[in-house]
Design a protein around this ligand. Structure first.
Ligand code: NDP
Length: 260
């Protein structure tokens, strides 16, 4: 018999930025573990096409689910969207704050627009999604909020000033929310992925395969980039009843990057 502590049957989840990459993998993985899942992303034709594929895979897992528009940096739309999601799913138990962007540039060349775009999505968006989710979870005395931070919450990387600041901020925001919402039965945790092959990472990294491999062989004991599916087990655990005593934690899944 499978271990029931990791079973998400009956749970209702929202994953942001779920049209592709890590968000899509986590949305499908939560469904495969038993949850009904809403998958949200930017209100664009490309994102909607990606969401349709994510939702098809949620349905293939035998779970209910739907896609919806949500630009997490549009704070005014966050509360009403999460209320519609909860209404459509029949509740909201799990939020995965996955939506995130990267804009690489030397610190001397970072513009205010770059800084605001990265912080508005990766940190401010995650906070207001968490706030809206907690308001829906508190009356039920249960919630799981999981934010996708990064191994770069713990160590720096050149040309990623805003990104590293946003991910370190998200890791410590996780601790604050964990302290405030523990009394309501809500756990708040973060996952810190290392380099993971996704459309977003590939688009941001113009280096050839040899240059990437040279860096990985020095900085990543795993010796390769991770696959998004290698993050699914961590998310299922943090979303599950098994993780009731795990809160305020950054669960690093980085192929050993921060072990060096
Ligand atoms: P991708 O760019 O492949 O996917 C992210 C998705 O989020 C895209 O569909 C993107 O849309 C969407 N998105 C962007 N901005 C917003 C917004 N304002 N509101 C809603 N959705 C938005 O990224 P990854 O899958 O690689 O990354 C997912 C998360 O994991 C991010 O938070 C990232 O920082 C984090 N992470 C990724 C790592 C990696 O190596 N891949 C490592 C560590 C952390 P669009 O395509 O239009 O931009």
């Amino acid at each position: 018999m499978p271990y029931s502590g990791l079973d998400l049957t009956g749970r209702k989840a929202l994953v942001t930025g779920a049209a592709r990459g890590i968000g899509a993998a986590l949305a499908v993985g939560l469904a495969q573990a038993g949850a009904d899942v809403a998958a949200s992303d930017l209100p664009t034709a490309t994102a909607r096409a990606g969401l349709a594929d994510t939702v098809r895979r949620i349905h293939d897992a035998g779970r209910a689910g739907f896609g919806c528009d949500l630009d997490v940096s549009d704070v005014a739309s966050v509360g009403p969207t999460l209320e519609r999601v909860a209404s459509g799913l029949g509740g909201l138990d799990i939020l995965v704050n996955n939506a995130g962007i990267r804009r690489r540039a030397p610190a001397l060349e970072v513009t205010e627009d770059d800084w605001d775009a990265v912080l508005d999505t990766n940190l401010k968006g995650a906070f207001f999604c968490a706030q809206a989710a907690a308001r829906l979870m508190i009356p039920h005395g249960f919630g799981r909020i999981i934010s996708i931070s990064s191994q770069l919450a713990l160590v720096g990387a050149p040309h990623r000033a805003a990104y590293c600041a946003s991910k370190a901020g998200l890791a410590n925001l996780t601790r604050v929310l964990a302290l405030e919402w523990a009394e309501y039965g809500i756990t708040v945790n973060a996952i810190g992925p290392g380099p993971t092959t996704t459309p977003g990472l590939l688009a941001a990294d113009a280096r050839d395969a040899d240059a990437v491999q040279a860096e990985l062989s020095v900085k990543m004991p795993l010796g390769r980039r991770m696959d998004a599916e290698e993050l699914v087990g961590a998310a299922i655990y943090l979303a599950s009843d098994s993780a009731g005593a795990t809160t305020g934690h950054l669960l690093v899944v980085d192929g050993g990057w921060t072990a060096i």
